[in-house]
Write a protein that binds this ligand. Sequence first.
Ligand SMILES: Cc1cc2nc3c(=O)[nH]c(=O)nc-3n(C[C@H](O)[C@H](O)[C@H](O)COP(=O)(O)O)c2cc1C
Length: 279
Amino acid sequence: MIEISIEQGKCTRCGRCVKVCPLESFLAGKGRVPRVERQQNCIECGHCVDVCLGGCIRHSSFPESKIHEVKRELLPTPGQLMELIRSRRSNRTITRKPVPQEAIDDILEAARYAPTAENTRNVRVTVIRDAEAVGAVEDSVMRFFVRLAGVLMSRPVAPLTRLLAPDLYKGGLELKRFERSWLAGERPCTCNSTVLLCFSAPSGYDFAMHDCNLAYQNASLMAEAHGISQVYMGLIGVAMKMKGKRSARKLLGIPRGHKLCAMMGLGVPAFRYERYTER
Ligand SMILES: Cc1cc2nc3c(=O)[nH]c(=O)nc-3n(C[C@H](O)[C@H](O)[C@H](O)COP(=O)(O)O)c2cc1C
């Protein structure tokens, strides 16, 4: 059970907790210490604790050791943040060098700090970093695409799709290109990534896609800040959707009851980009 209280002696009566609580758990009294009401509604967002001028809110979900002062001097300037956003690229020049553990830890921490609808925080990130397991994902998805390309580009089907569904036909050509590259020993689906991050959330949850992709974006910027390549594994997502949830669970280790919503390939790049082009 969640317990929230206000240390009376320390309260500056600033009223900030009343203003920020999204569930209106604090009741203002003119010039008085606010009253805590409806704490059973609390979504544990921590706004009341973080905003309090006197640091006097005691919240059972946030012991003192979990509360930190914001170090404003460490925040990037808008210009620095913009440079990071503009220079982030899907750098596919991934080498065999291992991604440092420190970078992986920061990337996961950045993902954890993304907002979630109603603060549900039920995004899970499954990390695949064993070389054999990453190779197994590539091979399984490629085998699936080879079969699909075989159908799409077969004699009776290809002329029809070329005429009636040109995008599908183009997709078939692209899969054939992937097949050639895979047979030559490349890893076109995973872009030779050495680590895969699979973002999942409960299947029946309305905001699964939103929450996972916000987490993804935080993680991708942190990867860029570390000089680590990140590529969105959209094609693998498509294959997993077509193959079904059981496949995603078996191959990627997605938790039972979860659906795969986003996937990131990571790796140490051969080089970084020198410039960015305008959008
Ligand atoms: C939803 C989505 C799916 C994507 N899927 C793939 C993919 O399967 N393989 C790949 O190499 N890149 C994939 N990308 C990366 C895009 O191709 C890339 O973002 C785009 O080319 C722009 O380049 P940038 O990320 O370097 O700015 C995907 C991107 C998004 C947003």
